[in-house]
Each structure stands twice: as structure tokens, then as C-alpha cells.
Design a protein. Structure first.
Length: 472
């Protein structure tokens, strides 16, 4: 079981890493081209539209994924219901987005950009939904191909438009074209591969029932993105576009890693749901602990490296204009420590059909985030937003730990964190004395950390051999 999980994660993770590197490289050129003020407008539009994109999903793809893991016979009906509901929801979300943009008194420019960006996001949502079939049937090599193709195509558009010195609105139109192409190919591929026949015999009652079941997922997704990104919207209303751009440039480093917990959840959910349905509690716990151990072991050195080297890399990657973004990034890096375990604990609760607990936890985090930001952003700006983001993840981590311990078993976090933290101490000392030699310092520190982790048992030889055997 663990082999299958690792293999699927490897397919999509490798693709996501490649896609992220390609997209991130293109985004560097985009940030440098637009500058802090125009990039602030760009990131405001993207973030604002993302809130309403959740309404086009309403948690339906997640419920479809879980339903596919439990009963594939009803998959065609669930998929048809999902598509029908998403069409109606997309119209509703678009109208609501435009109405609220007027209430917030956004400029005509931002409203126009938001319309184009919403259509793009809607197409991305439909593409992601149909590609859930790859997850359900565990053929993630195909998902990997789509992920890379999408990133390469969008990056090519960005570079071409920069070369042509195009204005900002050209970029939004280019992203719409890219999403149209990818979504069309995704539908053709999935329908042909799995011989999908839409079941229009389903009734409106069944659709509404399916939507009702998905509402907790929708609320969780909406509140999740609110407590993760409401700071950018609040910054855009309380501070200037330049500060939004500086914070957004730092936040982009966090944003591009969000695919990793998403992959973990998408791959683990059908497996853990199956374990729970079959009463395989020991395998459920073993899988959960192994994934937590792997995440924590990888996260600790990542955070340390970001803190040490962001003051050097941010001005180099962007421009000296973005130098202050390095401070925001150093603060935001602490969210990684809690974000990945939160994704796994959230998946455990989904598999246990305790999504209402996730809803309550996420709601508490949103209220906390919005309250602290509303009090602190007017005075401290982006610094307050970054610190609040970390505190919100800590709160979510604490709540998830409490409820998972009550519902399933007490996760041994002390032992899971102990070895990575011990291994990190020599790494910190090494970095302190060698940080002026950047690449030597990074490679030496990572070698030291992972060697100690292996010797102390955090990375076990048996798990490494299993991983290598998958590709031998």
C-alpha cells in the first residue's frame, strides 16, 4: 500500500516540481517586468478571483474523489451531477464576484481584469475536476503530463508577451487562451480513455443531495483560502499597491508549494477512505505516521535554508526594489512546519467522514486571521500579515491534533519532530560559519542533515529501499 502511495506521489510530485520550477522562473520575469506596483494589482486580482473560484467547485471534486474511492459503480452518476452543478455554480459565482467588486469600490481596471481571470479560473476548475479520474484510477502519470504541459504553455505566453512589451491585460487574455486549450484536451482525453457516458437520468433531487453532501467541503475550501489569502485583500484595501506587490512576491514562494499538500491529500484520501471502510485501522495508522514522518523530515531543513538565504536570493531573483520581501518570506517560511502536517491530518478527518470538524477548525482560523489582520495591518502592514499567517497555521495545527487524537489515535508528534530537530542543530552551526559560500553551504548543510536523520532513524533504510525498488 505504501509503495503505491509513494509511486503515485512521485509521479505527480515530480511533475509539480518541474511545473513549479518552470512557472516560478516565468513568474520571476513577470515580477521584474511589472514592478512592485503593477504586480500588486496583478496579485490582488488573482487572489480576489480565487475566493469566488471556490464557489464553482463547492467541494464537489473532493466528494467525487472520495466517492470514486469507495464505489466506482456510481462514479458516472456522481460525475454527471458534478458537471451540471458546476455550470450553475459558475454563473452564480461570476455574478456575485462582480457585485462584491462594486461594493469594495474596486477600479474599472481591476473589475475588467477580474472578469477575464474568473473565466480562466473556471476553466481550470473544470479541467481539474475531469482529471480526478486519473486519481481515482491511480494513473497519475497522465495527470503529470497535463501539469507540465499547462505550466510550459503559460510560461511561454508570459515570456513572449514580455518580449513584446505587452501591457498587463494581455497577460490575462493569454492565460484564458492557455486554460481553454488545456481544458479541451483534458475532457477529450478522459472521456476517450475511460469511455465516460454521462448519466443524465439523474434527477434534480439527486443533484441537490450531492451538493448538500459537498457543502462541508465547500465551506472548508472557502474558509481555507480566506484564512490563507485574506491578508492580501486586506492589504490591498488598507495599504498601497506597492506594499501588496512586495508581500505578494514573498507569498508567491509559499503559494507555489501549496500543490504538495494538495497532492498528499488527493493521493491519500482514496487510500485512507478504503482502509477505513474495510476496518484496516493498523494500516491506516501506519500510512499516516509514515507520511507525517516524511513531511516533517523534509520541511525542517527547507525552513532553515529559506531563513538563511532569502536576503541574498530575493534581490537577485527579482530586483533590489523587492529586497524587503526577504523579511516577509523568512517569517512566512514558518508556515511550512505546520502546513504539511495540517494537510495530512485534514485528510485523515476527511477519510473518517469528519469534515464538519475540519469546517469548525477552519472557521475558527478564519475568524482569528481576519480579526488579527484587521487590527494589525493598518499599523504594521505586511509584517502583521506575515506573522498572522504563521499564528493561524499554529492554531489550525493545534485544533487538528486535538480532534484527530480524539477520533482516531494520538499522533506521536514529539517523536516525529525530535530527530529532525536534533539533526537540524549541526546544520544550523554549519550554515552559520559557511553561509558566505552559498552553494557549498547549502549542499554541505543538506548532506549533514540527511546523514544524521538516516543515522538516527528518521529516514529508515527499509523505506529508502522500498522507494528505490519502485524504479529498479
Amino acid at each position: 500500500m505504501f509503495k503505491r502511495i509513494i509511486k503515485n506521489i512521485t509521479y505527480v510530485s515530480t511533475a509539480r516540481i518541474v511545473a513549479t520550477l518552470v512557472s516560478f522562473a516565468a513568474n520571476i520575469f513577470l515580477v521584474r517586468y511589472l514592478g512592485s506596483m503593477k504586480y500588486g494589482i496583478y496579485i490582488t486580482v488573482i487572489t480576489y478571483v480565487a475566493f469566488f473560484a471556490i464557489l464553482t467547485d463547492m467541494g464537489l471534486p473532493t466528494l467525487l474523489l472520495r466517492s470514486g474511492g469507495e464505489d466506482r459503480k456510481s462514479l458516472a452518476s456522481r460525475f454527471t451531477e458534478t458537471l451540471v452543478l458546476k455550470i450553475f455554480l459558475s454563473v452564480f459565482a461570476f455574478l456575485l464576484m462582480y457585485l462584491i467588486a462594486g461594493i469594495l469600490n474596486y477600479s474599472i481596471e481591476i473589475k475588467q481584469f477580474s472578469i477575464i481571470a474568473f473565466l480562466t479560473t473556471m476553466l481550470v476548475s473544470f479541467s481539474a475536476t475531469v482529471r480526478k479520474y486519473f486519481y481515482i484510477f491511480e494513473e497519475l502519470s497522465k495527470e503529470a503530463a497535463f501539469v507540465i504541459a499547462k505550466a510550459v504553455l503559460r510560461s511561454c505566453f508570459i515570456l513572449i508577451l514580455i518580449y513584446l512589451k505587452a501591457p498587463l491585460y494581455y497577460f490575462f487574455f493569454a492565460f484564458l487562451l492557455e486554460s481553454t486549450l488545456i481544458t479541451s484536451i483534458a475532457f477529450i482525453t478522459v472521456f476517450k480513455k475511460y469511455r465516460i457516458r454521462l448519466n443524465f437520468n439523474t434527477t434534480a433531487k439527486n443533484c441537490l443531495l450531492f451538493l448538500w453532501q459537498a457543502l462541508p467541503f465547500a465551506a472548508i475550501s472557502l474558509l481555507g483560502i480566506l484564512h490563507r489569502k485574506i491578508d492580501i485583500i486586506m492589504l490591498s484595501k488598507m495599504r498601497n499597491a506597492t506594499e501588496v506587490g512586495l508581500y505578494g512576491a514573498a507569498f508567491k514562494f509559499v503559494d507555489v508549494t501549496l500543490f504538495l499538500p494538495a497532492i498528499l491529500s488527493s493521493v491519500l484520501l482514496p487510500i485512507l477512505s478504503g482502509n477505513y471502510a474495510l476496518g484496516e485501522k493498523n494500516e491506516f495508522r501506519e500510512t499516516t505516521n509514515k507520511m507525517l514522518n516524511l513531511c516533517i523530515t523534509m520541511i525542517i531543513p527547507t525552513v532553515i535554508l529559506i531563513i538563511f538565504f532569502s536576503p541574498k536570493f530575493i534581490p537577485f531573483l527579482y530586483k533590489s526594489e523587492f529586497a524587503s520581501s526577504s523579511v516577509f518570506l523568512s517569517i512566512l517560511s514558518f508556515t511550512f512546519i505546520f502546513m504539511f502536517p495540517n494537510a495530512i491530518m485534514g485528510t485523515v478527518l476527511y477519510a473518517l467522514k469528519k469534515q464538519n470538524i475540519i469546517l469548525y477548525n477552519t472557521l475558527a482560523c478564519f475568524v482569528f486571521n481576519a480579526l488579527i489582520n484587521s487590527l494589525m495591518i493598518p499599523r504594521y502592514g505586511a509584517y502583521a500579515a506575515a506573522i498572522t499567517a504563521v499564528l493561524t497555521q499554529i492554531l489550525l495545527f493545534s485544533l487538528n491534533f486535538i480532534f484527530v487524537s480524539k477520533q482516531l489515535y494520538k499522533i506521536p508528534y514529539v517523536s516525529l519532530f525530535k530527530i529532525p530537530l536534533v539533526s537540524a542543530l549541526p546544520m544550523l552551526i554549519f550554515l552559520y560559519f559557511t553561509s558566505q559560500y552559498v552553494w557549498i553551504s547549502i549542499s554541505g548543510a543538506l548532506f549533514l542533515y540527511f546523514t544524521l536523520s538516516f543515522l538516527l532513524g528518521s529516514l529508515k533504510a527499509e523505506d529508502i529501499r522500498k522507494f528505490i525498488k519502485l524504479f529498479s
